[in-house]
Design a protein around this ligand. Structure first.
Ligand code: FMN
Ligand code: SF4
Length: 517
């Protein structure tokens, strides 16, 4: 029976994958064709969604941007045998956007049926956990440390050190918490893993739990991901039924289970201590550090809080070895990074590659430049708290330290591209406004500073005492950077300062006509 893949990933559903599926089923029934539909995740070639694939002896043939009205002509063209059609992209694995990637964390995403454990195992799933049980907890942590894996949530803290800190903390109970709050603008990698290969996260959490001596884990999922919650719920159930979770994980004697918790829509609940407050049933307010969650976390117990990608990379590290993972990348940025290319860009999507490509290569060669065809003016890297980078810095390699040198951050690997119609003073205002809306309110520099920041930028834009207000804004940014309790207030100045530094003319528009006269 011919296998037809129609993604169930939200990016495909958003552009009509469900209607395409219904049209394919209807057309197949009308023509007496028996087909097997598989609801895979997305390959990450998002500009081609809905991307329908058909399995043929030569490999999987893809048809991009399929609309329900295209379906009869696809059948006429013999697409069930990979027939030629204007929407055909040929073998998906030969497409340069796919073929040039190094997929480690995403190795199965878009390929397998996300909720079928047999498919997971057939594509190498479970080998990391088996290895973990074979070598024991201490060696698991050694392997993760050797890999050089750093937290993918933004701060880039070494995962092995965090796991060891929790494992070494004396306690009657420890916990693993997956941070699946994914609130950064232009980011979607966590969602894609959870919708396209949820077992890899379950396996990664289990490996972590085994390494640190935890028997319970939580996935804290943002409320805005209902489709993701559905897939995770199905996968958790399948894992329990299949003996991958429960009192005796895969016959090892190790007990571990995972609970899915849904957030309530606050960006700050992605901050780990605020997340823990929310997980405990309280309002999401940031806790002062120290103590670190690794010492005093969920319910006062030592807790590993890791991003989805961090935990989802652990199985590959265990299966292939820490050295294998560390063989990719540059400097202290080891391994691969699932880049999320978004905004005004031709080929937006998910692109996993070793650290070290330049920003220009990512935006122009992979992303294809702007969708509007106009020149790129700015790229915001690392979410709403990340700096705006101009094309003059496009030779910067994508790695933690190189970005830091330019007062910038790679964060969760999201890149949002803007063309030359963007008004950078308005983008700076947006940064401050975002902070004002999302602030948890615990500390003054962030709570009050962000609102004063919006007001000051408004004055600058209106042309009121421009130079004096720019100086005041810079001073305010400094206070927020060094006086805020957490990185929401502490990093909100970065987009503002980068806009002031690289696009000074946008803040002086109101005074320009007078100057020209
Ligand atoms: C305001 C704010 C929002 C954050 N949002 C997220 C998020 O959505 N997902 C995430 O993994 N980390 C987020 N972080 C970082 C977490 O606090 C924490 O560093 C991370 O979950 C640790 O996991 P990692 O070591 O695997 O990166 C956020 C931090 C701040 C200050
Ligand atoms: S910086 Fe903002 S979000 Fe962070 S603790 Fe202070 S008020 Fe809360």
């Amino acid at each position: 029976m011919t296998k037809v893949y129609v993604p169930r990933d939200m990016a495909a559903l958003a552009v009509g994958a469900k209607r395409v599926l219904a049209a394919i089923e209807k057309e197949a029934a009308a023509r007496g064709e028996t087909i097997q539909i598989i609801r895979n995740g997305s390959r990450g070639l998002l500009w081609l969604e809905p991307l329908v694939e058909v399995e043929t002896p030569e490999g999987r043939i893809g048809y991009g941007n399929v609309k329900p009205s295209d379906v009869p002509s696809l059948f006429d063209a013999g697409f069930l045998k990979g027939g030629a059609h204007p929407l055909s992209i040929g073998k998906v694995e030969d497409h340069p956007y796919w073929a040039k990637q190094t997929r480690v964390t995403f190795e199965r995403v878009g390929i397998i049926d996300p909720v079928n454990l047999d498919d997971y195992v057939a594509h190498g799933g479970g080998q990391g956990l088996a290895k973990a049980f074979e070598i024991g907890p201490a060696k698991v942590i050694e392997e993760v440390t050797k890999s050089g894996l750093r937290g993918r949530g933004g701060a880039g803290f070494p995962a092995g050190i965090k796991w060891k800190t929790v494992a070494d903390a004396p306690a009657d109970r420890r916990y693993v918490v997956t941070n699946a709050d994914e609130g950064d603008s232009g980011t979607f990698a966590d969602r894609m893993v959870m919708e396209g290969d949820p077992f890899v996260l379950i396996e990664g959490m289990t490996i972590c739990g085994y390494a640190i001596g935890a028997s319970k884990g939580f996935i804290y999922l943002r409320a805005e991901y209902p489709q993701c919650a559905e897939v995770l719920t199905e996968a958790l159930e399948a894992a329990r039924k299949g003996g991958w979770l429960g009192p005796n994980v895969r016959g090892s004697g190790f007990a571990f289970d995972i609970e899915l918790r849904i957030g309530a829509g606050a960006y700050v609940c992605g901050e780990e201590t605020s997340l823990l407050e929310s997980l405990e049933g309280h309002r999401g307010i940031v806790r002062a550090k120290p103590p670190l969650p690794a010492h005093v976390g969920f319910m006062g117990r030592p807790t590993v809080v890791n991003n989805v990608l961090t935990l989802a990379t652990a199985p590959a590290i265990l299966a292939k070895g820490g050295e294998y993972y560390a063989s990719f990348g540059v400097g202290r940025s080891r391994g691969t990074m699932p880049l999320q290319i978004a905004g005004n860009v031709k080929f937006g999507g998910l692109y996993e590659t070793p650290f070290g490509l330049t920003l220009g290569e990512i935006v122009n060669d992979i992303g294809g430049g702007t969708l509007s065809g106009r020149p790129v003016r700015a790229v915001q890297c690392g979410g709403p708290l990340g700096a705006y980078v101009p094309p003059s810095l496009f030779d910067t390699p994508f790695d933690y330290e190189a970005f830091q040198k330019h007062d910038s951050l790679i964060g969760h690997g999201g890149l949002v591209v803007f063309d030359d119609t963007v008004d950078m003073a308005q983008m700076a205002r947006f940064g401050m406004e975002f902070c004002a809306i999302e602030s948890c309110g615990k500390c003054t520099p962030c709570r009050i500073g962000s609102t004063r920041g919006v007001e000051t930028i408004d004055k600058i834009v209106e042309g009121v005492d421009v130079e004096a207000n720019i100086e005041l804004l810079s001073d305010l940014c400094n206070t927020m950077k060094f006086g805020s309790l957490c990185a929401l207030g502490g990093f909100a100045p970065y987009p503002v300062e980068s806009a002031l530094r690289h696009y000074p003319e946008d803040f002086r528009k109101a005074t320009l006509p007078a100057a020209a006269e």
